[in-house]
Each structure stands twice: as structure tokens, then as C-alpha cells.
Design a protein around this ligand. Sequence first.
Ligand SMILES: Cc1cc2nc3c(=O)[nH]c(=O)nc-3n(C[C@H](O)[C@H](O)[C@H](O)COP(=O)(O)O)c2cc1C
Length: 390
Amino acid sequence: MQHQYGTAGKRKTKYYDIYPGIDDLKEPARRRIPYFAWEYLDSGTGIERLVDHNRQRLRAIEMVPKFVGGNFDVSLQTELMGETYDLPFGVAPVGMTGLMWPGGELMLARTASRNNIPYCLSTVACQSPETVGPLCDDNGWFQLYTPFDREICLDILKRARDSGFKTLVVTVDVPVPSMRERQRKAGLRIPPQTDLKTLLRVAARPQWAWATLLHGKPGLPLLEKYAKSGDLKEVSSFFGRQLNNVVNLDYIKYIRSQWQGKLVVKGVLHEEDARMLVEAGVDGIIVSNHGGRQFDAAPAAIDALPAVVKAVDGQCAILFDSGVRTGLDVVRALALGAQFVLLGRAFLYGIAALGEYGGDHVVNILDEDIANNLKQLGVREISELKSCLR
Ligand SMILES: Cc1cc2nc3c(=O)[nH]c(=O)nc-3n(C[C@H](O)[C@H](O)[C@H](O)COP(=O)(O)O)c2cc1C
């Protein structure tokens, strides 16, 4: 993809000047979805120190531009684990996306397919892999919370593979559910409460309420088969029993032996974990602190990145997420050694604010911002970025 300096060309849409940045989508998103859904989307855990810290540490990274290299085009096409994507970022797995905007998983899968970027479907999505897989073309990744029961694990892997997902992302940074105080105060429960306060909150968001009527109440369809029930209360208690799991190396090796596609482990911060995962034969590692939603005293993910890059030493791909809100943040993570970047909340703000093409608008914002900042830096290739760090 070639970029003209200072223009998004055909990518300019009606949203271009109204929501030029991802943060501009936050307030419209908040106003369109019920309070409990917003608190689920936006919150962290504890005193939410890490949510801010992730962003502040990204912002603190300075890069030194070079100005006399002449005029050039920038290519953002990125090779990752044998695949070619048009851009160096994709959509992170987000559980219960359909709670934040009904049908959100379907929208983001279509966004990924239209823009040739990956979309990662969560184990706890409101749509099944069988529904979402075919919408992703070849860009579908599937995220796994490892069940205790390995028979269930095998069946989930089979369903993901048969639905067209080629990359498996195993999340390891949820040993137990975190405190999520804001969500609890907002009355977020599974299944959703039907008390007067909740109903009034839903009534205050008529577009969301209407869309929910059309799509049906959000559920966890992947898990219904194993919970042997469509009742959300049963399914969620099954989730509590089966999927809140400390993942050990033995389990990763087992999955490695059972999954023929690319295997990525998500939620790594410590270089010792990274080394062990390389030995277990993973294809990629996502340096992430779950967007600050799990352990509030963790380091900013961007601060953990260089040590993991060094420990892995090119033996598998390194991806990054947590706190990314601009194209320049993507550039910063790439400069520090990530090959690819994922974003969670940014895409959720997009669909909650704008619906079907909200995710595409987020892609456009990032695409133009990355290309522009590479030009500002005087860097033709992502691989040159390191030379601008001090
Ligand atoms: C509402 C929400 C739900 C999430 N659900 C999952 C999930 O089901 N599985 C998972 O591996 N990560 C989950 N994450 C973490 C994201 O995949 C990603 O690591 C995080 O959002 C990155 O930070 P960012 O939101 O600042 O981009 C969730 C994040 C959010 C915001």
C-alpha cells in the first residue's frame, strides 16, 4: 500500500474531520451504550493505575527525526508468521463484544476482511467461531482460555480449525478473575440483571436497545455445548469452573502438539516466560498486560517489551498490545522491537460510536497516522525505526 503524504486518499470518509483521533470516539461511544456496558469496556482493575501508566509510558517515548533523506513512499505491508497483512496492526480479542455493540464481533470480522488485517475472536465472544470464521476470510485468529478438561480443549480447537481460524492465541494472564471494581459497581452481571435501574439504563440508550432486540440477548455460544445449557447463568458458572486456569508449560506443549496452525501466547511480561515459550515451540508471543485489566502493579507493557525482544532473540514473532491509541503509539512499539500491534478498546470505541464502519474508521485513523509519522521521521521502512530511538 503506497501513501501520499498528508492525505488519506480514497480512505477519507465522512468521519475524517469529525473524529480525527481514536480518543474523539470515546465520548460518542459512551453516549450510545448503557452504563454497565461502558464500564465493562473502559475500566481496568484496582485503582486503575496501570490503564493510565500504559498510555503515559507510550507517550514518553521520543524519537529523533531525520530530514535530508529525500522524498519517498512508505509501505505498511507487514509479514507476520508467514502471512502478509496490509497494515502492522490488528484487532485484539475482546470478550462479550456483542454486549458493547450488538453484533460487534460480526462487524469487526468484516472490518478485518475489508482491510486485510487480523481479527481475533475471544473464547467468550457473543458469536460462535462457526458464525465468525467465514466472515474473516483468511484473517481470523481464535483466542483460547484453556479449559481444565482437555477433551473440551480439543473440541474447541477442532471447531476453531473447522471454522477457518488459522492462528490460535492462548491467553495466559488470567490466572484468576481480577477485582474489576468499576464493573461491579456498575451492576454488570452475567446474565445481565433485569432490575429497574438496569432497565432504565437500557431505555436511556434506544439505539443499543433496538440493536439488541434485533440480535437477541448477548450470550456465550461457544461454551453452551460444554455447559450443556443455553442458559447464560449455567454457561457463566461453567466458565468459572473450567476456564479460570493457571496455564503451565505442559499445557502449552500439549496445545502445540494438537494445533497445526500458528500458535501465539498472549499476556507475557517476563523474559523468563518468553524463553520457556520459545522452547515450547510457539510461533509468537504477545507482550501485553491485558490493557491494565488484570494486575494493577504490573509494568507498562511497553516497558516490558525490550527485555522480551532481547530474550526471544528472533526465535519467534513478538506482538504488542495495551494502551495503544494512536498510529504513533504503533510506531513506537514497532521501534522497540514488536513486529505487530493489537488494539482492544480502540476498536470497541469505534463500533460503539459508529456501528458497522466504526472499526474501519479506526483502521483509517491508524493507517494515516502511522504513514504520516514515518514520513515525519524520515523512515522508509519499519525496520529503520530503531535508528530513531535514543
Ligand atoms: C472489554 C475487554 C474485554 C477483553 N476480553 C478479552 C478476552 O476475552 N480475551 C483476551 O485474551 N483478552 C481480552 N481483553 C484484552 C485485550 O485482548 C487486549 O489485551 C487489551 O484490550 C489491550 O489493551 P487496549 O484496550 O489498551 O488496546 C479484553 C479487553 C477489553 C477492553
